[in-house]
Write a protein that binds this ligand. Sequence first.
Ligand code: MV4
Length: 447
Amino acid sequence: MFDKILIANRGEIAMRIHRACRQMGIATVAVHSTADAAAMHVRLADESVCIGPPPAQESYLNIPAIISAAEITNADAIHPGYGFLAENAAFAEIVEEHGFAFIGPMPEHIRLMGDKIAAKTAMRDLGVPIIPGSGGTVDDPEQAAHFAREVGYPIALKAVSGGGGKGMKVVANESEMAAAMANARAESKAAFGDDSLYVEKYLAHPRHIEIQIIADMYGAVVHLGERDCSIQRRHQKLIEEAPSPALNADVRAALGKTVVKAIKKLGYRGVGTVEFLYEDGGFYFLEMNTRLQVEHPVTEMVTGIDMVREQIRIAAGAPLGHAQRDIRVAGHSIECRITAENPETFTPSPGRITNYHVPGGLGVRVDSALYAGCMVPPLYDSLIAKVIVHGGSRNECLMRLRRALGEYVVDGIETTIPLHLRIVSETDYVNGVYDVTWLEELLGLSK
Ligand code: MV4
């Protein structure tokens, strides 16, 4: 096992990784920008190294500075968290070339899943259902229209380098094709420096459902059920839950089995999330994330499995600690992502926390690096806390969530707590009747 791990991240996820390490008797090294010198993730760590000025490009994304920090502190391994360098295959290679263990998948799998067409083709070949479409890129409107006639309108035009929501255009009929393609190409070129596009059948009201898997380096793979992440606005998730209100145990087991079989054949190692769109009883592969996710706590709460501990064990060469038959989804869990934003306009609201009170009680977990007097700097992601509840039933979660959100005091900045309180009392949300368009419709944002 590792003696010392460098945590190449900040905020709540650096805290989360530190906690797993401390519990396993592993020393931690925090890295931080000058803006985060007083941050809680730095205060808790056994050692810390300043790696640069506030802009992430010069600190949390500064690969030479992070490698140097690992060298001078004599760390054994580097955990990238999520965001920043977590899905950078070149970083994973550099970490290993310098003699440190990368706590994450092999670079080849990070690279494969970063290419949206290659990922889709690979998953299809491994027996995972995909959305019908062109398969490869489309060169001109005539070729795009050919595939569109094949799968039926409406279709989605997607950027090969897209992912995460950017660069998608919906085309309702053939007369719109040429203009939509020109538009999508220009946007994709500007956003990703690549204007290649592909065609897919468009699903109008899907749910976003993702399967969590864990694989060790000896070919053992298990799934930990699904998360429903359909409550989102502009491709930012706000609330996630496990299990999905839309699935039953048989559907879960069947999808889990398909995914485990594919991941096994792929020879994947580490934790991973296989994302699907779910509509009218059908699942369609969207993409695979090769990192620990923001929403991993809801899976931890219903399975009792510490996912960061598993990541560390797997990277150190330990076999999986759980067989599929031992994994049970017990009760229900819901997570609210609290951001430092105005709850109506979503304008960022950085600043100093003047007064702070964290909710607690049975079945309530708060993952955050906030403390009274801390600064929320303006340069990073606006996520400041995750309020996670666990209960015997979904209804028990909702009651605990309303109580916990009502108790949470974060003074000095604006937060999205009031919006979360509103959502968890909406009739459709309470009934579990929602899809990826639901929140934007509630907020009057849909086109
Ligand atoms: C789709 C879709 C409907 N049909 N593809 C948006 C993010 C990107 N990774 C995939 N996305 C979508 N792809 C087809 N063929 C609807 C979405 C989509 C969406 C997907 C997941 C979560 C939230 C979403 C919100 C709007 C649209």
